[in-house]
Design a protein around this ligand. Structure first.
Ligand code: ATP
Ligand code: MG
Length: 406
């Protein structure tokens, strides 16, 4: 099962009644998915660096879902390895009175990404054909006589398709993701939010009220997807009853989108190359004989006369980064993966780093009390994981020692 099975590009009809929200694709459990998830995050990280350096194309990832489907968790984990300078999340809530006094797309223009940037839309203009349609909010709008109430929603589908085509043709790709959670799983998650004190802040009585309109929402999601899926701006419907599978699938979607864009580090033009050579000569002069030892500092590949130093420095840096990634993968990730697979899907790369960094404290601590399963996968590491983390720490030190010797 590839992501094509979950993609809607305008040809295939989406039938929400037939969709299995508990689907886990080719996997039987989360343990099997961890490896691929970590790999995907690494690829996403690399591709974003290129996207940002190239500044050719902007990307919007739109997330829509019923409450408690796991939007926030997916965003937090899948985009965890992105560099903050190239990505921004926008959470679109009930429009303000100023926003309401404009056309429905107005508030999104300022959130469009510049080329090379990624915007994450946590809810979007699609709310205007979801909640807006279910509750017929458009009937409250004061508009000219020529705007017929009965046409509003139908027009919006078309206007959205036109808007996304316009963006695509002018350098911004829009990829839409619907996290499809079942009504039963939503109930379980709401109960857990009520029962567990640290999740109480997520409970909103409005969410419970919206649940009453479940069937109308399902109809609205189905129609929306069938009316606004296009080749250049597809919808992905992600089964969301299993958070680990939703996260894996979204990581695949983000990875595939960036792979399709295929960004490249921009080559230097001849003029810049020549200018860099001049700077370089000046810098070497400024350091003097004592300060710069040409033979030692230059990587071997500098011997290639067809390549200028700037490109080689870039190549060298990339090679080193790849080697470092490999080392971490071989030593650290292998163990991390095993450990994480035992209990939970990772929440973020930062979590791994934090766990490693917190090792000293862990030695003095008594074993933590056993916590209940967290629906966000945020339960604290068990003693077993902590022990493993200590092993990773030791291995990391060994790697550092090995590197020093290189
Ligand atoms: P979380 O609950 O995790 O913080 P959320 O996205 O559910 O995230 P809320 O503040 O709970 O955030 O809800 C935002 C609300 O804003 C949703 O109920 C959504 O339907 C509503 N909303 C968003 N856009 C519109 C719109 N154009 N018209 C009316 N309501 C909207
Ligand atoms: Mg909410």
């Amino acid at each position: 099962m590839g992501i094509a099975d979950y993609a809607y590009k305008g040809k295939r009809r989406f039938n929400i009644a037939k969709f299995d929200c508990a689907d886990t694709g080719e996997f039987t459990n989360r343990d099997e998915a961890v490896n691929e998830f970590v790999e995907n995050l690494l690829v996403i990280n690399k591709k974003q660096q290129k996207l940002y350096s190239e500044r050719k194309e902007g990307v919007i990832f739109v997330f829509q879902a019923m409450d408690a489907a796991g939007k926030d968790g997916v965003i937090r984990t899948v985009f965890a390895t992105l560099s903050p300078h190239g990505v921004k999340e926008y959470c679109f809530k009930v429009p303000s009175s100023e926003e309401k006094s404009h056309d429905f797309l107005w508030r999104f223009w300022s959130a469009l990404p510049a080329r090379g940037f990624i915007s994450i839309f946590n809810r979007s203009y699609y709310e205007d054909v979801l909640v807006g349609k279910v509750h017929e909010f458009y009937k409250n709008d004061v508009v000219p006589d020529r705007v017929k109430e009965s046409d509003v929603i139908e027009n919006r589908y078309r206007q959205i398709v036109d808007f996304e085509r316009y963006l695509y043709q002018t350098g911004t790709r829009v990829v839409k993701i619907f996290l499809n959670v079942s009504k039963e799983e939503q109930a379980r998650r709401f109960i857990s939010r009520i029962d567990v004190q640290r999740k109480n802040w997520k409970v909103s009585s409005n969410d419970l009220k919206e649940r009453e309109y479940w069937d109308k929402y399902m109809e609205a999601f189905e129609t929306m997807i069938n009316k606004t899926s296009t080749t250049h701006s597809p919808w992905y419907v992600v089964p969301a009853d299993h958070k680990w599978f939703a996260r894996l699938l979204v990581s695949r979607i983000v990875k595939k989108t960036l792979e399709e864009i295929n960004p490249q580090y921009p080559p230097l033009d001849e003029e810049t190359k020549a200018a860099l050579q001049e700077y370089r000569a000046k810098l070497i002069d400024s350091l003097g004989k004592e300060g710069y030892h040409e033979q030692e500092k230059q990587p071997k590949e500098f011997a290639d006369p067809s390549l200028v130093p700037a490109e080689l420095i870039q190549q060298e840096a990339l090679k080193k980064q790849q080697e470092a990634d490999e080392r971490i993968k071989k030593a650290g990730f292998k163990k991390v993966r095993e450990l994480l697979a035992e209990n939970y899907m990772i929440n973020s790369m930062q979590e791994i780093m934090d766990a490693i960094a917190a090792q000293e404290d862990v030695h003095e601590e008594a074993p933590p009390p056993k916590e209940e399963e967290d629906d966000d996968g945020q339960d604290r590491p068990t003693e077993e994981i902590r022990r493993g983390m200590r092993e990773i720490d030791a291995r990391m030190e060994e790697i550092e020692e090995e590197n020093k010797g290189e």
